[in-house]
Design a protein around this ligand. Sequence first.
Ligand SMILES: [Zn+2]
Ligand SMILES: [Zn+2]
Length: 218
Amino acid sequence: MLTIHSFCFNAFQENTYIIFNEQKEAIIVDPGCYAPNEQATLANYISENKITPTLLLNTHCHLDHVFGNSFVNEKYGLTAHFHKNEQPVIDRLPEGGARWGVPCEPYKGAVKYILQDEIIKFGTDEFKVLFTPGHSPGSLCFYHAKQDFLIGGDLIFKDGVGRTDLPGCNPMDLMNSIKTQILPLPDTMTIYSGHGPLTTWGREKKANPYVLHILNES
Ligand SMILES: [Zn+2]
Ligand SMILES: [Zn+2]
């Protein structure tokens, strides 16, 4: 049984998730900790709960989702896992930070690229990798079928979808990603988004105007 704990970090109010199993091994998803007190919040949670982080996953590499990558890489010796299309995005981190007024150093730690439909094994648990570009060229979602939940990044939010007006975004791709990758998944699935509260796919199919638009089209 996996436990999911969320933190809301940085000026963009990004959700960072720690997912841990009964052996207290943990995946850190999108560490957005920016300020030293946010890094301490993450590290204290890990030490107080006697958790061992073993995997670092990035749904995509917009700055608010990778502020803490270097911290996690250095403190826990973890390799960042993301889609190869996100390499140019993470390479622009110092540039983007300067533009938004949040200076950051480049991420220089280890990287491993993950692929569409890859199965990520984590102890006895498995996550299926869904390639869901649109908000970012290499956006991924991670689906855990056994517990029926999705780590959705900035693809879908409660009542919304990820913005597609930034460089590297493509609104057609985003709609297509939802249609091909998310639509086949169960209504009961819980969605843990990159921003805002958790929701379920069934709830979004009833109330999310973007999802309703897709349903009306198909
Ligand atoms: Zn984003
Ligand atoms: Zn975001």
